[in-house]
Design a protein around this ligand. Structure first.
Ligand SMILES: Cc1cc2nc3c(=O)[nH]c(=O)nc-3n(C[C@H](O)[C@H](O)[C@H](O)COP(=O)(O)OP(=O)(O)OC[C@H]3O[C@@H](n4cnc5c(N)ncnc54)[C@H](O)[C@@H]3O)c2cc1C
Length: 473
């Protein structure tokens, strides 16, 4: 209970809380906020270097968008903890792979989230990990490394003095608590720690190309919630698509819409060209799905409508609206599929992601902000964290650029003992969206942040004072 000023508080627009005593319940070398791919790898690496490490995660397991959010895409290991993780998932039997042999009619199918653009019948391999089992493996790996993982604990604020974070304030079943650390890592996925600590940032939604259709608004790339249906007979779906010459289920959708069975914002056209950073991506005109977990089970995407321009990372009303709306879309979509689409008669919703993923959150300002110009120029840096790497930029008509990333992108302005990682790195939006915020890369940058934190603790310096001379990967 906190006391406030007396008088007629019903008329106040804001209230003043009396100073509160908050217990400092833990003291650690390294405190990581967020247990997604970035935070997981950061905590693991720091703990393996001997640093006492606390991980703060508001949900019930590590993995972020990829477990709690059900994204679950598995890929070939890119080295370090990411490769280890893929091996551990495989050993635990939680990777499911389909190919053209096991899922004929999938390549080139308009319903496929990833393989729609392939030529029909072409070879493909799609692997995913079971998000719930993978989360269990990740919990065990953190335990083995000696990380103190505080699940069900939300980061709320920072206590900053003289350009350093002394403690983070968290809320959990015990109430409000403080956790002291030497080095902090922002792995929140939306640069929440940096923002609370006063690091400058740009909101998600960069300047859009100025075209005739552009209405002048900067909108963040919409987030999405992923959800899973089981009991689908895909062969029957494919047979219907061929038999009725209805590859994208347009006839079924039209019939359902005419009958009032589909809400207006479901099955919206993919926005192309000028609408979404020059990219065909958001919106889906039909079922948008990918095989997962086992035969008959598929994960589905439910995007926030782009025009709603929701800032779910820093606006609670927007975040709540997205959650309310997407749950209703899921209900409507699953009802439509069961009622109208042959092959879905026995299907059922088996999981819904615990949170609506943010694709385009805050872009914090670091000592260096990596931009599209750096990529285009193929820039090299004395403090490069990896050897030159090649990435394809859809923003630039899918051109491949080879470049390096400087360690300074991990170092936020204004705060000396905070490291950025994952989707919270100091990158301009054109470089991070789609191109440099995928699961392997976020795991790599988490590992680098954990290494930097461990090294800073060993040397008794802040991360900003570390001399970074050799690439990690
Ligand atoms: C809808 C969607 C689809 C995507 N599809 C793909 C894809 O197909 N392939 C791909 O490789 N990448 C994909 N991505 C991108 C990728 O998932 C993210 O960029 C990546 O997960 C970012 O990793 P991260 O560790 O920085 O953050 P996140 O994965 O977002 O993890 C952040 C963690 O911090 C926790 N957290 C946040 N705030 C707090 C707080 N206040 N207190 C405590 N804990 C907190 C969250 O619960 C979460 O566990 C997708 C992203 C989204 C949103």
């Amino acid at each position: 209970m906190r006391n406030v000023q007396t008088g007629n508080t019903a008329l106040l627009r804001e209230i003043t809380l009396a100073p509160a005593k908050v217990p400092v319940v833990r003291d650690a070398d390294v405190v990581v906020v967020g247990g997604g791919p970035g935070g997981f790898a950061a905590a693991l690496r720091a703990a393996r270097m001997g640093a006492s490490t606390v991980l703060i995660e508001k949900h019930d397991m590590p993995g972020g968008v990829h477990t709690i959010g059900l994204q679950g895409a598995a890929s070939r290991g890119v080295g370090g903890i990411h490769s280890e993780l893929m091996q551990r998932f495989a050993a635990a039997g939680c990777i499911y792979t389909v190919t053209e042999a096991t899922l004929p009619d999938w390549a080139g199918n308009p319903l496929s989230h990833y393989e729609a653009y392939l030529d029909p019948g072409s070879a493909f391999t799609r692997s995913s990990f079971n998000p719930e089992s993978a989360g269990c493996v990740m919990v065990r790996m953190l335990e083995e490394a000696g990380v103190t993982a505080l699940y069900g604990t939300s980061f709320v604020d920072t206590v900053v003095a003289n350009g350093s974070i002394g403690q983070v304030i968290v809320a959990n079943a015990s109430g409000t608590q403080a956790i002291r650390g030497k080095v902090f890592i922002d792995a929140s996925g939306t640069a929440e720690v940096a923002a609370r600590a006063g690091v400058p940032f740009e909101r998600g939604g960069g300047p859009q190309p100025a075209t005739a259709k552009w209405d002048g608004q900067h909108r963040p790339i919409p987030g999405a919630v992923l959800w899973i249906m089981s009991g689908i007979d895909f062969a029957k779906v494919a047979a219907y698509q061929k038999r009725e010459n209805d590859p994208s289920l347009a006839k079924l959708i039209a019939a359902a819409r005419a009958a009032g069975d589909i809400p207006a914002d479901l099955y919206r056209p993919r926005m192309a060209g000028e609408s979404v950073y020059g990219h065909h991506y958001i919106g889906h005109p039909t079922l948008d799905m990918s095989p997962m977990q086992g035969p008959g089970t598929f994960v589905f995407w439910q995007n926030v409508p782009y025009e709603w321009a929701l800032h779910m990372d820093d606006d609670a009303a927007d975040a709540a609206r997205a959650k309310r709306a997407l749950r209703q879309f899921i209900e409507a979509e699953s009802r439509f599929a069961k009622k109208y689409v042959p092959g879905f008669e026995n299907a059922f919703v088996s999981n819904v992601g615990r949170y609506v993923g943010v694709r385009d959150g805050r872009h914090p300002r670091g000592e260096y902000q990596f931009s599209i110009e750096d990529a285009r120029a193929g820039r090299r840096f004395a403090d490069a964290i990896t050897r030159p790497m090649t990435k394809t930029f859809f923003w630039d008509s899918y051109t491949a650029y080879t470049f390096e990333i400087p360690y300074r992108c991990f170092l936020p302005q204004n705060i000396d003992n905070l490291l950025l990682t994952g989707a919270s790195l100091s990158f301009a939006y054109e470089t991070i969206f789609m191109v440099m915020r995928n699961f392997p890369w976020c795991t790599q940058t988490g590992e680098i942040a954990g290494y930097a934190a461990g090294l800073a603790v060993q040397q008794g310096v802040t991360p900003k004072k570390l001399a970074w001379t050799a690439p990690y990967f």
